[in-house]
Write a protein that binds this ligand. Sequence first.
Ligand SMILES: Cc1ncc(COP(=O)(O)O)c(C=O)c1O
Length: 239
Amino acid sequence: MSSSFDRDINRADTASVKYDGRNNMFGTSEVIPLWIADMDFAAPPAVTRALAERAAHPVYGYTQYPDSLYESLIDWLRRRHGWEVQREWIMMCPGVVPSLHAAVMAFAEPGEAVIVQPPVYFPFFSAVTNTGRALLQNPLRMENGHYAIDFDHLEQCAAKARMLLLCSPHNPVGRVWRKPELKHLLRIAKKYDLLIFSDEIHADLIYPENKHTTLATLAENPITSLLPLHPAKHSTSPG
Ligand SMILES: Cc1ncc(COP(=O)(O)O)c(C=O)c1O
């Protein structure tokens, strides 16, 4: 089972946002669509085969998550990232962006501050502003030719925020955060009772000389459920 990375696949007229949506987005189709994280390589044959087998059954009713899905996920996280996950911690969701919104609503009260570290994937901002939480920005700093977290400014933000949305590895600057950086983040989080939501969707897309560290493997008290909701840190309501 091999994948070809040399085949040029024409995606025109497949209702793809990346190609067919260019006119809506940019007013012209004469642009190279680098703005969207969408692969132009064929899906692996095993995936296409499994989908074709499922599609061959003519009834498309509601489905449940099979045990094999949980087992694959748990196994992958253990083998690739050294993270031991319990099945009951896993909550299936329609995507990362909806989860960002859900987490902001679950853990920060309306009006409470949520920190994001620009430049960052744009839905990080809207997950805060769409849900009526206050956006607090801790811009990354350019240091010796690479981006770094501004920890001094982060401490100032943390003192007045409920939550930090971490992008790890960081899109778009391409940083794989190192263990000392993540530990520094956790020290600040502990000191200021700041909750970190870590989006690690790009954990498997890094160059071999790097090592991704799952934040939860370093945290003393990783949160393993959206419930119970945390009490507001800077609530304006009585009690
Ligand atoms: C950091 C990051 N999170 C999430 C997503 C998208 O996740 P989803 O499509 O599951 O909502 C992207 C896509 O580019 C991304 O870069």
